[in-house]
Ligand binder design. Structure first.
Ligand code: CUA
Length: 331
């Protein structure tokens, strides 16, 4: 981190603490996509422009206080008052207005003839993710993780199933609300591969803070491989334990969750066909491994109170282990 960035970090620390530690650049100031780059550019222009004007005004104020009356007389002349008090703000603010019109016009303009289309539905408190083809037909349903190819414009169609949410991946774009009964379109384009954390940015109830997600940007061949793998049906259980886990899953979880190629076809909760391949559980709440899966099944209401999944605390230890091992095996 260079000196200017370090000092900015100190000044802005309270506001930025929730968005990333100063050891790494906060995500809002670390753009990895054209949309975020333009937003960051506006922020830097405003920051440095405002800083320069502030220093200039403070210097004038010091001069007005400490200079001798003969030297500072020009500060009171009408020409100076009109120039600095009226003409300068009008010129500066008008220039800023046209500059932001220009950049925000570029932000909302289409950037790609054939963008990748993804529908994202905010639900209390997770994200349903549909990949659709050019005609709008569903290609893949997943949850809480949005994979995109580097260098291609992605159109995110944002909808809500219940209340207001807001989709925000600071590394890639500004935030955009998900409004019940409306479809808002956010265009993003990642310039480099990486994993970028996103967060619901509109208060939406008890677990708003635990409504996170990840955007994973891949080089095009890896993205194509990911999409093909995700379209495959669920892996068949390879051991008796996993088979036992699948039986338990279908009986207890299948009314709410889908695992393609099994009788589990519920639509209330996230599609779990390839849940084992995801980075996190419960919308960014827990790392994803067999232990956290078991903990989530047994105590989801303890971990994320009021979420729609009840705590399944009636399983024996053996049953819980088999169920968690099966869920983890859904790679
Ligand atoms: Cu959804 Cu906050």
């Amino acid at each position: 981190m260079n000196c200017a960035r370090a000092s900015l970090c100190l000044v802005a620390l309270p506001a930025l603490v929730s968005l990333g530690a100063c050891g790494n650049m906060p995500a809002v100031l670390d753009p990895h996509g054209s949309n975020a780059q333009q937003t960051a550019q506006i922020a830097w222009v405003l920051f440095w422009g405002g800083g320069l004007i502030f220093v200039f005004v403070m210097a004038l104020a010091a001069y007005a206080v400490f200079a001798s009356p003969a030297h500072r007389a020009w500060l009171g002349r009408q020409n100076f008052v009109v120039g600095a008090g009226i003409v300068f703000p009008i010129v500066t603010l008008s220039a800023l207005l046209f500059y932001t019109f220009k950049v925000s016009g570029e932000l909302v303009g289409a950037k790609d003839a054939a963008p990748l289309k993804i529908e994202i539905v905010g639900e209390m408190w997770w994200w349903r993710v549909h990949y659709v083809d050019a005609g709008g037909a569903s290609v893949l349903v997943t949850a809480n993780e949005v994979h995109i190819p580097v260098g291609r414009t992605v159109e995110l169609f944002l909808e809500s199933a219940d209340v207001l949410h807001s989709f925000w991946v600071p590394n890639l774009a500004g935030k955009l609300d998900l409004i019940p009964g409306r479809v808002n379109v956010l265009r993003v384009k990642a310039d480099s591969a990486g994993v970028f954390r996103g967060q619901c940015a509109e208060y939406c109830g008890a677990q708003h803070a635990k409504m996170a997600f990840h955007v994973v940007a891949h080089a095009v061949p890896e993205f194509d491989a990911w999409l093909a793998a995700q379209q495959l049906p669920a892996a068949a259980p390879r051991t008796p334990t996993l088979e036992r886990g699948m039986t338990l899953f279908i009986a207890n979880c299948g009314a709410c969750h889908t695992v393609r190629a099994t009788p589990a076809a519920g639509q209330l909760g996230p599609d779990l066909t390839h849940v084992g391949s995801r980075l996190a559980l419960a919308a960014g709440t827990l790392p994803n491994n067999v232990g956290t899966i078991a903990g989530w099944i047994a105590a989801s209401q303890h971990i994320k109170p009021e979420n729609r999944m009840p705590s399944f605390d009636r399983f024996t230890g053996e049953e819980l282990r088999a169920l968690a091992a099966y869920v983890e095996s859904l790679q």
